[in-house]
Design a protein around this ligand. Sequence first.
Ligand code: NI
Length: 353
Amino acid sequence: MAPSAVSPQSSPSDPTLPFISLAPLLSYDPSATPRAAASLLSALKTSGFLYLTDSPIPPSLLSRVYALSAEFFARAAAEKAALAWTTPRANRGYSGMGMEKTSLGLSKEEVSQERRGEEGEDQKESFEIGRDDEDGCPNRWPQNDGDPGFKATMLDFFERCKRLHATVMQAIALALGLESSFFADYVRRGDNTLRLLHYPAVPAGAFSGGRVRAGLHSDYGSITLLFQDGRGGLQVEKRGGGFVDVTPVAGTIVMNAGDLLARWSNGLVQSTRHRVVEPPPPLWGKGKEEREQENRDQDVWYPPRYSVAYFCNPDFDRVIEALPGTWEGREGGKLWEAINSGAYLEQRLSATY
Ligand code: NI
């Protein structure tokens, strides 16, 4: 059995990410739901990344989340610092530039080595929101007098994403041949994290020498739901090497599997590595080098990128071990030892902050 700190990581063999409609999964239509569930699981097995269409999140709510996010990050540094992220256990609040380094490293030492390496510090700031009723871990709410305000909007969005997580897990259960309610007791509390992300505008030279907006990493939990603006820059690692762009597609949610789901499924599902790099350049229609030189000469800046990530986790009091049907009679049996969901997340966050 592998030590508990080792995380399953893989990459897609097919550069084209699949599109999966949520409509049959939300409607519970016995004639369509099983097939859609099978497609979802198949996508998680082969690429680990996919686009969800027919989102149940109202576009007006998503627009409001983006607007409030931009408004928040535009505030004075001191105002944001007053809401600073404190501990991996709480995982709530504001992280300024350079505070977190997304990384493949599993220890503080490995991660600080990567901070000093080619990629450098992540060029991003973020704001984390957890469930609002966790004892000892209050959310850190900014003042906002709008209607609806920051808190009400984010909690509404949080709840809708929490329900979507339950829907996706129900589909995975169905596709694995488990009771459709198998994961119900794992997604009840919703120990998830809503993360607002801002990658500030940077001059064209900011990406020279392999520097990135967010370093290569895999996500930690069960699944991640990602809402991205039109800027681009997210890339997924391919199995044979190299990267494929996760091109922004309006109205879709990018979904990927995290390390805990890969462990839970005994390696059946891929937790694919990804990063945020130089977006498509501001000038088009020329050779890359010529374009880059021109951008530098003209003092071109890349516009900011905003995204909203919802990191789903099994409830923190639950123990995660290979699911029924994923290990019996297989060579190697259970590939990872059982682990507590909350302890696992805390351990991963401790390395990157
Ligand atoms: Ni990620």
